[in-house]
Design a binder for this molecule. Structure first.
Ligand code: FES
Length: 126
């Protein structure tokens, strides 16, 4: 598959866009890439053989989670004020963070990471 082309998943009707290769991710650290739209930085997490992708910007301030965050399991903690998010859903887990991180469906094909470019937001069950 051409890595620069946005591929359409015929069965789901979803679009998938290449963001980077798994081999380019740092070991034991949070990776980063540009959103295919070009304006948003992404944070890329590896957890139990899965890839999770969120916006790189903490929703409390402007901290870069890939540069200043620390991942422990499914939680990323922002170094600026210790707010925590669930990397799988973007859910804001601790104050001062209230707003969830936008997150993206991701899949790996032949070592290439693709995302659905449409962001998702965690919603608390009512
Ligand atoms: S900027 Fe991330 S917790 Fe404040």
């Amino acid at each position: 598959m051409n890595s620069d082309v946005i591929a359409k998943d015929e069965q789901q009707g979803d679009e998938w866009a290449f963001i980077c290769k798994v081999a380019d991710l740092p070991r034991n650290d949070i990776g980063t890439a540009k959103h295919p739209g070009g304006r948003l930085d992404l944070a890329i997490y590896q957890l139990d053989g899965e890839i999770y992708v969120t916006s790189d910007r903490c929703t409390h301030g402007a901290a870069s989670l890939s540069e200043e965050g620390e991942q422990q399991g499914h939680i990323v903690e922002c170094a600026w004020h210790n707010g925590r998010f669930d990397v799988r859903t973007g859910e804001a887990l601790t104050m001062p963070c209230r707003t969830p991180l936008p997150f993206f469906d991701a899949k790996v094909i032949d070592g290439d990471i693709y995302i659905n470019p449409k962001p998702k937001r965690f919603k608390k069950p009512e």
